[in-house]
Write a protein that binds this ligand. Structure first.
Ligand SMILES: [Zn+2]
Length: 334
């Protein structure tokens, strides 16, 4: 005779039997690594009920079904094309450490909830690489490398879902066109959102800053003002594509909890998370370099590291990360 597992949340290893208490404890684990918008700094320091509320019902119903908590994180698009920020086009220690960290968040949740948790990393590189200036082939290699790192390090809590998984024809322009046709909002409507919605405006300014920094180089053929203007238009397109990708993900993962690599406002339907230690709320592993300071890895822009005393370390014949001179003052990073 087959003995069926007892259904329901009683099955978990958590001493609490109340699904809402358990959901709050699961969220507490994720919230510990939050990225919050500048104006909501107090949310990061204190337990904020407005920030927790939008995610509770989703997690409670997952607990009641005794299923694994699914998180969806649009991230790991591909390395910034700006050599002043990164070491190259392929993943390095910054990605390795971040992937290990994401897997470890799920393992922390496993300890209190036995069906566990998993994170779907939904790379948005293919969604907007033509707008941000990353080559198609670099996106392909980057995605393959991310998958290889996950396998090599047995990060079994991490799953991958890319635009390439949605369509099977291999025509990247056609993939993006289909995405826009089915899920994008008109650019004009987005322009209005940027003007009237604080959260969208914050994202728009952050992305414009990234594009502007990436476009600044000694051989630049246009003026700073023209570049700024161009970057504002491109930022709008990046947001349009990201939001379309967001809609597609909501359809594919209707029960998932949404994570984001961008700082979020209080009460957002997404939880902004850090992937590694850094003092810049906007810095990501693909816009920076990992540096070990006193044995702890942090993210910094390559150009900033170049001003310090640090040794470049290679992995598999490629530059991987820096090790700072141990006498370096940690106080530099607050
Ligand atoms: Zn809050």
């Amino acid at each position: 005779m087959q003995i069926h597992a007892k259904k329901g949340y009683e099955n978990n290893r958590h001493p609490k039997s109340n699904p809402s208490e358990l959901a709050a404890d699961i969220l507490k684990i994720v919230m510990r690594y939050r990225r919050v918008a500048e104006q909501n700094k107090e949310c990061a320091r204190e337990k904020c009920s407005s920030c927790i509320a939008p995610h509770m019902s989703q997690i409670i119903s997952t607990i009641e079904r005794n299923e694994a908590i699914v998180f969806v994180l649009p991230a790991f698009p591909g390395k910034s094309p700006n050599p002043a920020k990164v070491l190259g086009t392929r993943p390095d220690m910054a990605e390795r450490k971040s992937l290990i960290f994401l897997d470890s968040i799920c393992r922390e949740i496993d300890k209190i909830y036995s069906p566990g948790a998993e994170i779907f990393i939904c790379s948005d590189g293919r969604v907007f690489n033509d707008v941000v200036g990353i080559q198609e082939k670099d996106i392909t290699t980057y995605q393959q490398d991310i998958l290889a790192i996950i396998k090599e390090l047995s990060l079994t809590k991490l799953k991958i879902f890319n635009l390439d998984d949605v369509f099977d024809h291999g025509n990247f322009d056609a993939m993006r066109s289909s995405l826009l046709e089915n899920y994008a909002e008109p650019l004009e409507a987005l322009e209005i959102s940027v003007r009237i919605n604080k959260e969208v405006n914050c994202l728009y300014r952050g992305i414009t800053r990234f594009l502007f920094e990436d476009g600044m180089h000694p051989n630049m053929s246009i003026s700073k003002t023209s570049l700024q203007k161009q970057c504002r238009k491109r930022a709008l397109k990046v947001i349009q594509r990201s939001r379309a990708w967001d809609q597609l993900l909501a359809k594919h993962f209707p029960r998932a909890v949404r994570l984001s690599i961008h700082p979020q406002m209080c009460g957002s339907r997404k939880i902004g998370v850090h992937l590694m230690e850094t003092t810049d709320e906007w810095l990501t592993p693909w816009h920076s370099v990992a540096i070990a300071i006193g044995g702890r890895f942090r993210l910094m822009k390559r150009s900033h590291i170049n001003m310090l005393e640090a040794k470049l370390v290679f992995h598999d014949g490629r530059p991987s990360h820096y090790i700072a001179n141990t006498s370096l003052e940690l106080g530099l990073w607050k």
